[in-house]
Design a protein around this ligand. Structure first.
Ligand SMILES: NC(=O)c1ccc[n+]([C@@H]2O[C@H](COP(=O)([O-])OP(=O)(O)OC[C@H]3O[C@@H](n4cnc5c(N)ncnc54)[C@H](OP(=O)(O)O)[C@@H]3O)[C@@H](O)[C@H]2O)c1
Length: 399
């Protein structure tokens, strides 16, 4: 996926960073919208990486504002990630070094209480005087209107954006990309598709001139978890209850089970890397609730693994006529992009069959590099927070 110089993702870094001049730290101010699991883990990571950010990148990263629907924090002089956690009643005292072992615990312990009343996102963004919006709210509603508005406001105020929220990319990528170009701003979103696993960066930075032709992916760990439990005879309802108790399932489990989560991820990747111009509603979906328990158990008995696999391909321009392309067949660049999520019995030699309940992965079909398999064997909150961190570093290296 070559990113042209005017691309909202464009990163012109030479690849290996040159150590910055000692003593010449550049301050980067962040406005955080959303202060849930990922944002807290991200703050802990900022605290842990303070020296690395300074020594390797010449950066001092400060948070000037945090907002949720229940509270806010405005810090015109900027606060470190550790100080933000402390202000929310979660972390160690400001200035106390946060160890690698302590930080995730600090980020996860208890609910945050931001000190100030909630503010409208637009007001907070205007007051933050930040360089980058880190958008970590949830995708709500058809078309993700709230999160999309946050990003649009940020561009209008001259901020770049990093987000893990797949909603805006899945539903509104064409508009967001155009707004970013017009405003001369950039946006990165590595954690939207596979919880921090580099997919966009891989295509953009490591595979110049390589086109993504299509992909097959396992995008949702909740359904992996449930399928593996059901293969051992657990009922659908009990598997769902376990997924919720173990913190796998989203607040609305239908998002996972009915395939909306996977469809959003597929649309995001297809929109950005294949110029698909689709929405999640364009992805055909099979719900896990429509897959009989017996089918899952049978797959296991035959030594196979059932997975909900999303396949995306570019159809032939003459789709529907005799001889047009199928997911496995040749593609015509001018054709529309299609997607389908369905239960498939995978034989053990299929790369996606190796993905356990916390794993996500994709086979990327490319023109110049053939098929590439990327996988993450523990797709959890720290990986998502790292994806946000990596996006921020990429942005800052070229500001
Ligand atoms: N958890 C993961 O591992 C993971 C992986 C990949 C991607 N993501 C994505 O990353 C984002 C954050 O995930 P999370 O797990 O941190 O979610 P979370 O724990 O549910 O936290 C969401 C935060 O967003 C705030 N919020 C929601 N709507 C808002 C609005 N309209 N304006 C301001 N604040 C709002 C919530 O606070 P209030 O309730 O007070 O509003 C809360 O602080 C989501 O989009 C998610 O899909 C998460």
């Amino acid at each position: 996926m070559p990113a042209p110089p005017d691309s909202p993702m464009h990163d012109a870094s030479p690849g290996i960073a040159t150590p910055p001049d000692p003593g010449s730290l550049r301050t980067v101010r962040l406005c955080l919208l959303g202060f849930g699991n990922v944002a807290r883990e991200f703050c802990a990571l900022l605290a842990r990486q303070e020296s690395a950010l300074a020594d390797s990148h010449g950066l001092r990263v400060l948070v000037t504002a945090v907002g949720t629907r229940h509270g806010s924090l405005l810090a015109p002089d900027g606060m470190s990630g550790g100080a933000v956690l402390e202000a929310a009643g979660l972390g160690p005292a400001s200035g106390t070094p946060v160890s690698a072992a302590d930080a995730p615990v600090a980020a996860a312990s208890g609910r945050p209480t931001l000190p100030d009343p909630p503010r409208l996102a637009a007001d907070l963004l205007a007051a933050a005087h930040a360089d980058v919006l880190v958008e970590l709210t949830v995708m709500e509603g058809h078309g993700a209107p709230a999160a999309t508005a946050h990003i649009e406001t940020a561009f209008a105020l001259g901020l770049d954006v990093v987000t893990a929220n797949k909603g805006p990319i899945a539903w509104n990528w064409a508009r967001i990309a155009e707004l970013a170009r017009n405003a001369g701003r950039r946006i990165r979103f590595e954690s939207t598709v596979m919880d921090g696993l580099p997919v966009f960066s891989l295509l953009e930075l490591a595979l110049p001139d390589c086109r993504l032709l299509g992909f097959e992916a396992v995008f949702n760990s909740t359904t992996n978890f449930m399928i593996d439990a059901m293969s051992e005879g657990v009922s659908f309802a009990d598997a769902l209850a376990h997924a919720q108790a173990d913190g796998y399932a989203e607040a609305d489990p239908a998002h996972d089970i009915d395939g909306w989560d996977a469809a959003c991820k597929a649309a995001s990747l297809a929109n950005v890397a294949m110029d698909a111009r689709i929405t999640p509603a364009d992805i055909e979906r099979q719900s896990l609730s429509d897959v009989p328990l017996e089918r899952i158990r049978q797959a296991r008995a035959e030594g196979k693994r059932l997975r909900l696999v999303t396949t995306v391909w570019r159809a032939a321009a003459d789709e529907g006529k005799a001889g047009s392309a199928t997911p496995a067949g040749p593609a015509t660049p001018a054709g529309p992009v299609r997607g389908r999520l369905e239960a498939r019995e995978l034989t053990i030699d299929h790369p996606l069959a190796a993905l356990g309940d916390e794993s996500l992965g994709a086979i990327l079909h490319t023109d110049l590099m053939g098929d590439i398999f990327v996988a993450e064997l523990g797709a959890l909150v720290p990986q998502t927070a790292y994806g946000v961190y990596a996006d921020l570093v990429h942005l800052c290296r070229t500001r």
